[in-house]
Design a protein around this ligand. Structure first.
Ligand code: NAD
Length: 454
């Protein structure tokens, strides 16, 4: 069913129709991707509700509070509906999505069997893979080519063939593959030109995720990065997104422990409570945990997880409260738990006159259950961005990321509630609705002086 949307848009903004099928392409057909595909199939069959998905369940308040007006997100903006989505992807393992979902052991076996038919139809295309970037994995379903530019061209052909074979009118790409070893930008990432030369010369600093992003953007397909890889932080990728009039966003899906951090840390800062230390540790037993057991891949995760508190507790503004925070993040690979991660946080805080207190959080979460609705929302919103002719970094989607990418010089916003305000206001902007600043003084009034001054 195609959803009716009675949207109107600002004069200078037109949003293309959401007609036709939307290809959702995921590099990586592992725990997160299969939980996402299976979830959409389950919702379409009436087996489950899309819990955790803002695009499917969220509501946006419109106008003044006294108007009592709100709309469901999918009624407000013209999003693709779930039955318009067609899934495809790449993986280094040849397992189809049914086999991969069974391997991931996120969903119960009965549900996976009920969805066997649509899941089995999703066969991974051969991956662009380089063990130097993911040392703990090796698989046979990998592309071969004389250089990285040739691999990028093969990906472009995969995308074109997929769209044609499935009769899709457009596509988005959401990176759901493993975390790569942390490798900062080098001179090869400076510009589109240096990057393209590097692809031809097999520059060792170009990682597979960058090759996928390059291929997607050359096809003018939006690219969202769900891992801590710094793919969309690279200047060449940002320039290419701009030049190809195509949106990008990232990085690292904000699930479990960091989701909690970006709820609690802004609260502590807003009440001016000091923090002496924040110790976070996790046990995790899925393939992601195995990959992160490698120090190089963990470094990527650590950088994206640690940045959050530095930005929220700006020590330069509040040295008395936050200058000496000891922030420790650990992820321990522990196979018995599979995808059911357990996270512990110990927060040492101090209040009035410096008196110490402690907060303990023990989150028994399900990693991919938290990540899957984010993949869905990003796919639908990135498609919306493209149809609204938005290009480059989509900061309004920071809500979904641990390490939101911003334009150079802009500090990222980590506070989950501020991120939601940004997202909601962007949807209001798309539909020509009044932006809401929560000042609220119009409900109360301010006394005027005898001369009419305030
Ligand atoms: N689950 C979460 O809550 C969560 C949160 C934030 C970020 N992430 C990130 O999402 C990504 C996926 O997580 P997951 O739990 O599904 O991991 P997973 O290990 O189950 O799946 C990743 C898949 O990617 C494949 N892969 C690796 N390199 C590839 C390449 N170059 N091309 C194609 N396929 C490749 C692997 O073979 C694997 O099947 C990871 O980077 C993870 O860090 C997950």
């Amino acid at each position: 069913m195609k959803r009716e949307s009675s949207h109107s848009v600002p004069d200078n903004l037109t949003i293309g129709a959401s007609d036709g099928k939307l290809a959702v392409l995921t590099p990586g057909i592992g725990a997160v991707a299969t939980t996402f595909y299976a979830g959409v199939f389950a919702v379409l069959r009436g087996l489950a509700k899309p819990i955790g998905s803002y695009t499917q369940m969220g509501q946006v308040r419109l106008g003044k509070r006294t108007e009592n007006r709100s709309k469901k997100v999918f009624e407000l903006v013209p999003l693709a509906s779930l039955d318009q989505l067609v899934f495809g992807g790449w993986d280094v393992f040849p397992d189809n999505a049914y086999e991969a979902a069974k391997h991931a052991r996120v969903l119960d076996g009965q549900l996976v069997e009920q969805l066997k038919e649509p899941l089995s139809a999703i066969e991974p295309m051969p991956a662009v893979f380089d063990r130097n970037f993911v040392r703990r994995l090796d698989g046979p379903n990998v592309k071969k080519g004389p250089n990285k530019m040739d691999l990028a061209q093969q990906l472009r052909r995969d995308i074109q063939d997929f769209i044609r074979r499935n009769g899709c009118s457009r596509a988005v790409m959401v990176w759901c593959a493993s975390t790569e070893v942390y490798t900062p930008a080098t001179a090869v990432h400076d510009s589109i030109k240096t990057f393209e030369d590097g692809l031809k010369n097999n520059d060792p600093a170009i990682s597979p995720s960058q090759i996928y992003a390059y291929a997607a953007l050359c096809e003018r397909i939006p690219f969202a990065n769900g891992s801590p890889n710094i793919t969309v932080e690279m200047p060449c990728i940002q320039q290419l997104a701009h030049e190809m009039h195509t949106p990008i966003c990232g990085s690292d899906f904000k699930t479990g422990q960091t989701l909690m951090k970006t709820v609690i840390a802004p609260g502590l800062r807003n009440r001016l409570l000091g923090v002496a230390g924040w110790y976070s540790t996790n046990i995790l037993g899925n393939r992601d945990g195995e990959v992160l057991d490698d120090p190089g891949s963990f470094k990527s995760k650590e950088v994206s997880k640690r940045g959050v508190l530095n930005d929220i507790f700006s020590a330069d503004k509040y040295p008395d409260l936050y200058k000496d925070i000891h922030h420790v993040v650990r992820i321990n690979y522990y196979p018995p738990r599979g995808d059911n991660k357990e996270g512990w946080d110990n927060i040492d805080i101090f209040g009035w006159l410096g008196y110490p207190m402690q907060i303990k959080i023990n989150f028994l979460c399900r990693d991919s259950i938290l990540a899957a609705p984010i993949v869905l929302d990003l796919a639908l919103f990135m498609d919306l961005c493209k149809r609204a002719k938005m290009r480059g970094i989509q900061e309004w989607l920071s809500f979904y990321f641990k390490a939101p990418v911003t334009n150079p010089g802009l500090a990222p916003e980590h506070d989950l509630s501020v991120q939601l305000l940004k997202l909601e206001n962007t949807l209001r902007f798309f539909t020509n609705e009044e932006l809401i600043n929560h000042l609220g003084l119009t409900y109360y009034g301010i006394d005027e002086g005898p001369d009419g001054s305030r």
